[in-house]
Design a protein around this ligand. Sequence first.
Ligand SMILES: Nc1nc2c(ncn2[C@@H]2O[C@H](COP(=O)(O)OP(=O)(O)OP(=O)(O)O)[C@@H](O)[C@H]2O)c(=O)[nH]1
Ligand SMILES: [K+]
Ligand SMILES: [Mg+2]
Length: 477
Amino acid sequence: MNPLARQSDPIAAVATAPGRGAVGIVRASGQDLSALVRALCGRALEPRHATLLTFRDAQNGIIDTGLALYFPAPHSYTGEDVLELQVHGGPVVLHLLLGRLLALGRAIGLRAAEPGEFTQRAFLNGKLDLAQAEAVADLIDATTETAARGAGRALAGELSNRVHALAEALRELRALVEATLDFPEEDIDFIRAAGVAARVQALEAQVAEVLARTRQGALLREGIRVVLAGQPNVGKSSLLNALAGAELAIVTDVPGTTRDRVSQAIQIGGVPLHIVDTAGLRETSDTVESIGVARSWDAIAEADAVLFLHDLTRLESPAYAQAEAQIAQAVAGHAPRGATLLHVWNKSDALDEAEARKRCRDFAAAQAWDEAAQPGLLLSTRTQAGLDDLRQALLAACGWQALPEGVFLARTRHVQALAGCAEHLQTARRLLGASCPALDLLAEELRLAHQDLMAITGEVTADALLGDIFGRFCIGK
Ligand SMILES: Nc1nc2c(ncn2[C@@H]2O[C@H](COP(=O)(O)OP(=O)(O)OP(=O)(O)O)[C@@H](O)[C@H]2O)c(=O)[nH]1
Ligand SMILES: [K+]
Ligand SMILES: [Mg+2]
């Protein structure tokens, strides 16, 4: 759909989820729905009042009795006239009522709405900015309470307000710098006197702070993809089951038990995680197992975080330790740049704690790892000792901190734009540090930084991006 095409047509759709419910809603939006209201309801409706009515089909048969609400423009969700009809929530009733509405509205060009079109109109009519419109979809899709609250904060404008304030400060700064381009005689002294360098630096700090919060928000929205990796029999499937609290994967003492990847969505402290159990990594001549091992590597290549499991009971065997070291290195090389790699030392129940710590320290020292300094994460999937610490360490390693003021939900798109803005500000600061700054380059960096911010709220946004964002909504939203 071209998001900007046909945007003036009146539209209608069922606004509630498919299936049966106590109440279902049919909604219409258009620049002037007064004639449609009269045609359907037999009279004009008092704005924003619920009116009890019987809705009838073309043959004057009763469809249902329910409520009609009329929100004349501009005081509505979309900013246009909106008519909302609440009836009993059965698919047939809603289908009949929508059909009747579309038939009556044919004269004014009423058509069925496309996905996200109501919210898109709210955006185009300035009721919401783009980040808030995205938050509407995220609120609907939220899978945890924390995510839903975060989407609520984004919808209320927590991200947008911060970004608007930053954009405004940048706009002023640009005006200052661009003025000197027109009056070169004032140039450098003017820039110095106006304290441009200090203002760029202050902005940089503010952008960094919003970026950190936005990264958290993106984590909350996208979830974290955690892959359990290691040699056969280290306890990967046992860990998946422990984290999921259910016997999802087969656990046996036979090495090479797991072949297919087994995934499970869980949450830790409100953060959604996708846990992926994989086949144990080893050389094998078994056809099926080698396909499984290839899939393990694929999973590692797509991970946000890898939990690399070691078996404490076998660490003292030189053959095991040697293979472990090689595989650990290969895993580190195979995981995406920026992915988190955590070493987990499993089966701690089989030996006393001092001995367990000594074994992982010795192993880490032999590999000359930085981890030699750290005690590492001891775990027993059998007794669940260390499982809570593992959960917290995993979140922390992925950059999650439960911020006191709460997190707003955000998207990777927002993180990228803010990171871009931060980079341009950094370049601007470097330019200003030169003894004779190139003011045209400075102006350009500030313009690019400003543009990145405006992309978040949708003040400058490509049509294709709009189509992509609104196309992912459900119909009726
Ligand atoms: N003592 C002890 N044994 C464990 C622990 N975790 C797993 N095991 C045992 O280790 C063996 C292998 O466990 P799995 O969970 O199947 O190991 P895996 O890494 O998934 O193995 P593959 O799928 O073959 O790669 C089983 O016999 C488990 O009971 C633990 O914390 N303590
Ligand atoms: K096994
Ligand atoms: Mg397994």
